[in-house]
Design a protein around this ligand. Structure first.
Ligand code: ADP
Ligand code: MG
Length: 701
């Protein structure tokens, strides 16, 4: 049977064989030529640069030195033996150390010979040495080659034991690439490669391993990043295309009386330009005859709720029911209260359905939903239970998307025969690039404007040692009639410990802010919902000045008079959480403050997070730093899904390439939705081969 070159088992490669092949499979999941060729260098080393031994001062980087080997000595007992050599040049000496493969090293290198040595210095007994260096006789070494950039591959102990250190990997890679010329099929249409000025696939693969110069490396990297993003986005955009061309959606024919009445008589403020723009986009979607699937992104406090409400009114005006699903009970009931208040006076029926809805009430909601006398249902996950059935659901709104999985979304819109329109809202600022890779099948709206009159929150970082100063500041604010949040982290390791932190903090605050001058509320996850609600309401009504809480208040809570957010152990929070918390203040006309308390000793990442918070209020900027610090997999818990697992692409930097890929895919699908044209066949055959690849992995794991 004909076997495509890239699918040849790696053991048939010159220099590999069964034993190394087995190790490559176990250690790096490399099974075929294709797997190996896509194992890219970790970095590149300028091998034309040779240091003097006296110049080695840090353990930081890989270096190259040359010199004469003075002695070679085995030290220690059999099991813990090591081999130590001394390398000398005109400027000094450095030790070379091996712990493994001693016999092989002994055979290979001889004292008195000059060697070129490459490795990473480390500190031992306060002296720099190089452990397991790469070493070759100077006479045989290619130093000033025409390929100054040499690949450095990551390796493992087991691979190294089989001679596959970085250099060994480079050798087999070179063998592979020598054979690969003319054997790597192009996977993009010719016309596209030309118009984007990208190198061909085989050239790119060649140069990513062995770049001739800077430019060829840059070009190769760009091409391979483009490939990654192209094949990541293609199925998403095909999916969207399919939805738009083949799946019918409900048509909201008119803007009716509810929408108009609300807009002209009830809306307490002028909509921002961004809110209007998004409503127009939604209007276009819901009239198009196709199902809307729209992601609405907007920073905390930008006013997504009213957009959701007005979209619900469009649905209700056209005879449909709408629902709004929120991730927590607190948030759901806050939405419920807000919408009740905003719709007060209009004859629209709204209900709240959560896990703690009483049975009788629940029964009634169920039957009114079926009858169609209930227009708008707000709730938590309780909404997607089997027993919840609508007469004619026309719109599903999901708030705080990141807490709902794709499957849960799907469940919601399976609740009617014609798919309802779906509006997904998120306040977690996801960088645009990440949003597109995660939700690339959704259309995307952004509210990039805050309502007028907001003053940016001032953020200050204090060490715990300055607590008294912070207390003083809180008192001053309270004396001006403001209210204050003090938030403790939930660490999840041990709920009792978390609770103890919180209670200790609460007690010290009550001591500092005693009755009758002050009143303090407390809310945490282990309280009964009714108690939580009671405490929350006291704060909302202004009966208490300080709210001590865990992150349960993270989302949604809206108390415009609260002007100070104190975050305890701020170093323990992630950036997006800090940003969410800060969004709880700065909602009124007063200047607001966010105070980040931390210990003095901080990790580099923690310091960067706190500095970022102090420096900017821009959620998207913060999200980008978050992406750089944590990588896309950690954000949104998508790690396991592998959706954003790229080899080369860095979503915090490669937005432009992503946009370019999406643009060409969109154009391509517009002309050739099924990819039938001759020109697009490279894509099709690549997809087919990749599908087989996945099958193969599927069988093995
Ligand atoms: P989020 O987008 O975080 O859900 P909300 O919808 O809760 O934000 O809105 C935050 C606050 O801003 C609310 O108090 C809301 O009434 C108010 N708001 C929303 N839109 C406007 C606007 N256009 N002008 C003035 N205030 C607005
Ligand atoms: Mg909101």
């Amino acid at each position: 049977m004909f076997q495509p070159f890239l699918q040849t088992p790696v053991e048939y490669l010159k220099g590999v064989g069964p034993s190394r092949a087995e190790t490559l499979r176990r250690e790096l999941n490399i099974q075929t030529f294709g797997d190996l060729i896509y194992f890219f260098p970790l970095r590149y080393i300028d091998r034309s640069k040779i240091l003097n031994i006296s110049e080695i001062y840090s353990e930081a980087a890989y270096i190259q030195v040359k010199g004469k080997l003075l002695g070679l000595q085995e030290i220690g007992t059999k099991r813990a033996a090591r081999l130590v050599g001394r390398l000398q040049d005109e400027t000094g000496e450095i030790e070379l150390v091996w712990f493994q493969g001693l016999r092989w090293i002994r055979e290979k290198i001889r004292p008195g010979v000059e060697y070129l040595v490459f490795g990473k210095p480390s500190l031992f007994n306060n002296k720099l040495n190089i452990v397991h260096p790469e070493i070759e006789p100077l006479a045989e070494a290619k130093i000033f080659t025409d390929e100054p950039w040499q690949p450095f591959y990551s390796s493992t102990e087991k691979l190294k034991a089989k001679g596959l250190n970085s250099k060994g990997m480079a050798t087999i890679m070179r063998n592979l690439l020598n054979q690969a010329i003319n054997n790597i099929p192009e996977n993009l249409p010719e016309r596209l490669i030309t118009s984007l000025k990208l190198p061909s696939r085989d050239k790119a693969l060649m140069h990513i391993h062995f770049p001739a110069d800077d430019i060829s490396l840059v070009q190769a990297t760009k091409r391979l990043k483009f490939d990654e993003l192209f094949f990541n986005q293609l199925p998403l955009l095909q999916n969207r295309q399919h939805r738009k061309t083949s799946i019918n959606g409900l048509v909201y024919t008119n803007i009716g009386k509810y929408f108009k009445a609300f807009y002209h008589e009830y809306l307490p403020f002028e909509l921002t330009g961004a809110q209007k723009k998004v409503l127009r986009e939604i209007r276009t979607d819901t009239r198009s005859g196709k199902q809307m699937n729209r992601l609405l992104q907007g920073d905390v406090g930008c006013g997504k709720t009213v957009v959701a409400l007005m979209t619900a009114l469009m649905a209700i005006d056209n005879g449909y029911q709408a629902c709004l699903m929120a991730p927590t009970e607190i948030l759901a009931s806050q939405h419920y209260e807000t919408l009740l208040r905003m719709l007060n006076g209009m004859d629209i029926s709204i209900e709240l359905l959560t896990g703690s809805t009483k049975n009788a009430n629940r029964q009634e909601i169920h039957s009114r939903l079926l009858e169609g006398t209930l227009n708008l249902l707000i709730g938590t996950h309780a909404l997607i239970e089997e027993s919840v059935k609508f007469k004619n659901l026309g719109l599903a709104i999901i708030d705080e998307q990141h807490r709902f999985g794709v499957e849960q979304r799907a469940k919601l819109w399976q609740k009617s025969t014609i798919l309802p329109h779906v509006l997904v809202m998120t306040a977690t600022p996801i960088p645009r690039t990440l949003a597109m890779t995660l939700y690339g099948d959704l259309d995307h709206s952004v509210i990039d404007e805050l309502p007028p009159g907001r003053r940016p929150v001032k953020t200050i970082h204090y060490y715990d040692t300055h607590r008294l100063r912070v207390f003083g500041f809180i008192k001053e604010q309270i004396s001006q009639g403001r209210q204050v949040y003090v938030v403790y982290p939930l660490i999840n390791e041990s709920e009792t410990l978390d609770l103890k932190d919180l209670m200790d903090g609460y007690e010290s605050i009550v001591r500092e802010f005693p009755l009758p001058h002050y009143a303090v509320s407390i809310v945490h996850g282990q309280m009964r919902p009714a108690d939580k609600d009671y405490e929350m309401q006291r704060f909302v009504k202004g009966e208490t000045q300080i709210m001590v809480a865990t992150t349960v208040i993270e989302v949604g809570v809206d108390v415009p008079n609260a002007s100070v957010m104190v975050i305890e152990s701020a170093e323990r929070f992630g950036l997006s959480q800090l940003h969410q918390l800060r969004g709880r203040v700065g909602r009124g006309a007063e200047q607001s403050y966010c105070i980040l308390m931390s210990k003095v000793e901080l990790s580099g990442d923690a310091r960067k997070r706190l500095a970022t918070m102090v420096q900017t209020n821009d959620g998207f900027e913060i999200a980008n730093v978050d992406l750089q610090l944590r990588g896309p997999g950690e954000i949104h818990g998508t790690k396991q899904s592998g959706e954003v697992d790229f080899r080369l692409v860095d979503l915090s930097k490669d937005g432009k390439i992503l946009e370019a890929a999406r643009k060409v895919i969109e154009e391509m699908l517009a002309n050739d939705p099924e990819l039938r044209s001759e020109a697009n066949q490279p894509i099709v055959s690549y997809l087919q081969q990749n599908a087989q690849q996945h099958l193969r992995w599927g069988r093995i794991s």
